[in-house]
Design a binder for this molecule. Sequence first.
Ligand code: GTP
Ligand code: ZN
Length: 339
Amino acid sequence: MTTDHEATFLASLGWSEFFSDQLTDDDHGLIPRRIAEVHRSRLSVTSLDGLIRLTISHQLNTSEFAVGDWVLVDPDDDRLVRRLERRTLLQRRVEGRQGQQLGAANVDTLLIVTSCNADFNVARLERYMALANQAETTPVIVLTKADLAPDVAEYEAQAKALQRDLAVVVLNAKSEDAASTLGPWSGFGQTLALIGSSGVGKSTLVNALAGLSGEGSQATGGIRERDAKGRHTTTARSLHAMEGGGWVIDTPGMRTLHVSDVQEGIEQVFSEITELAEHCRFRDCTHDHEPGCAVQAAVKSGTLAPERLARWRVLRDENDKNTPKMTGPKGNKVLQKRR
Ligand SMILES: Nc1nc2c(ncn2[C@@H]2O[C@H](COP(=O)(O)OP(=O)(O)OP(=O)(O)O)[C@@H](O)[C@H]2O)c(=O)[nH]1
Ligand SMILES: [Zn+2]
């Protein structure tokens, strides 16, 4: 019963064979919808007529859903029937809590936003990239406030060195061409999400990408609301149509970060170290004092910066500490997969 209009709308939201292949005969009559808002007792989805609040059971734990999830809905009563398997999932560890919090689902590209000033911190960027890699979302570094920095090329070079083949974009988030600069990642059917510290220009970028100004715009700078605990929050809906034809997810929950369970993501960020380690004499080499260590040899020859190795160690140790371990059949430790 899907009209052409509806089909184009779903395709703009990223509906693809990955999701349609999950449909069975039992799903006849149901329609796919994408989650735009997740609250404690309510879920909303996008539609051509605007947001629709889903009918859900009182027992449903909404924290198991993420903005960007695809769900099947009964159009007669807007009842949630089931969630489809995710293509990508960004999640983060919350200090003092068990497990991980879901951030955003089915995101194609994660814009890691930082500014060309004191906010720029390579260790934090590597951490964000480990998370993006682990989620199987493509990271892109966006360097904002280029208009205020005299030494932009220096920041750009440092960002490019963070991971092999990493895309780095330099811009002024307030300029008219900010959205078109991000065109390669904001086209029809593409989903973007943003991460980065407070004040780097995320809301400004969302406004530029979504063509929002005035009434509909995300609060930028000091005009934000306070939540119950008196903290500043950017309170607005989380899924916006972009002028380029895709969608952008802006979830405040993704803005701070501790890592756990991102071992493969870390190996991808530091692929040059991962590859060198294969040539160490000992399989369990710690790349510290061992003879025949290919990683230390690279540091000595100047091809690997000692600071980069030190940051890899810190991130890997933090991840190991935060990742729950299971004891394997032979008593050796096995990393627990929680996907
Ligand atoms: N000159 C200049 N100012 C910028 C740029 N990007 C952001 N700003 C300004 O920096 C301030 C903070 O920008 P926001 O977009 O609110 O930052 P945010 O990352 O959304 O911050 P939170 O909502 O706290 O997470 C605003 O006053 C923006 O106008 C830029 O590229 N150049
Ligand atoms: Zn070694």
